[in-house]
Write a protein that binds this ligand. Structure first.
Ligand code: HEM
Length: 166
């Protein structure tokens, strides 16, 4: 599976397309998405970005649950994350959530690499084309979560730098 990562460029507009409902169906809808996301977070805890996430088991469980709900909805599934985002566009809300953390390109690459492993383990039954569409969303959208750069500068992406192609 070749799921590539292209570098983030500070301040540059990012183009992305939400993942297709076909990916959600193929992964196994709510249950399948839950398995993928729980596996992803188990791997996160073994990764170089583990320190970003809560160490408390109950708090960690909440992050796993919210993350699962977000991905169900962003793929066009049931609107189970609506209550969290308070009606705000989901992607705009995600940029804001991540502004509370200092995320570098290195962390983004670790996050994506971890997700790639979870997909290898949990999406074996899904068509390659659908995995690639899901990946394209992650790979592009994740650029808007990077807010801390190697020269020490910070830059918080505005939602206006996102160009959704839906
Ligand atoms: C495609 C890119 C990404 C998506 C879609 C995404 C999605 C999410 C979601 C849905 C949540 C839970 C939000 C909630 O509380 O309701 C979350 C939390 C979080 N994400 Fe991401 N994320 C992405 C990239 C990253 C990256 C690159 C990092 C790098 C470290 C990161 C770090 C975090 C942290 C630290 C939290 C909060 C955990 C807490 O509540 O303590 N995320 N993310």
């Amino acid at each position: 599976m070749s799921l590539d990562i292209t570098p983030v460029e500070k301040g540059k507009a990012v183009h992305f397309k939400n993942p297709p409902i076909a990916f959600f169906n193929a992964i196994g809808r709510e249950e399948g998405m839950k398995e993928l996301m729980y596996d992803f977070y188990d791997k996160i805890y073994e990764s170089d970005i583990a320190h970003f996430f809560p160490q408390d088991e109950n708090e960690f469980e909440q992050v796993k649950e919210k993350n699962t709900k977000f991905f169900i909805q962003i793929c066009g599934g049931p609107k189970v994350y609506e209550g969290e985002s308070g009606g705000m566009d989901l992607n705009e809300y995600m940029i804001r959530i991540h502004d509370d953390f200092s995320i570098t390109e290195k962390s983004r690459i670790e996050w994506l690499g971890t997700m790639r492993e979870a997909l290898r383990d949990k999406a074996k039954h899904v068509d390659q084309e659908l995995i690639e569409e899901f990946w394209d969303y992650l790979e592009n959208f994740s650029k808007l979560t990077v807010n801390t750069f190697s020269d020490g500068s910070t830059y918080y992406a505005a939602y206006t730098q996102a160009d959704e192609e839906n």
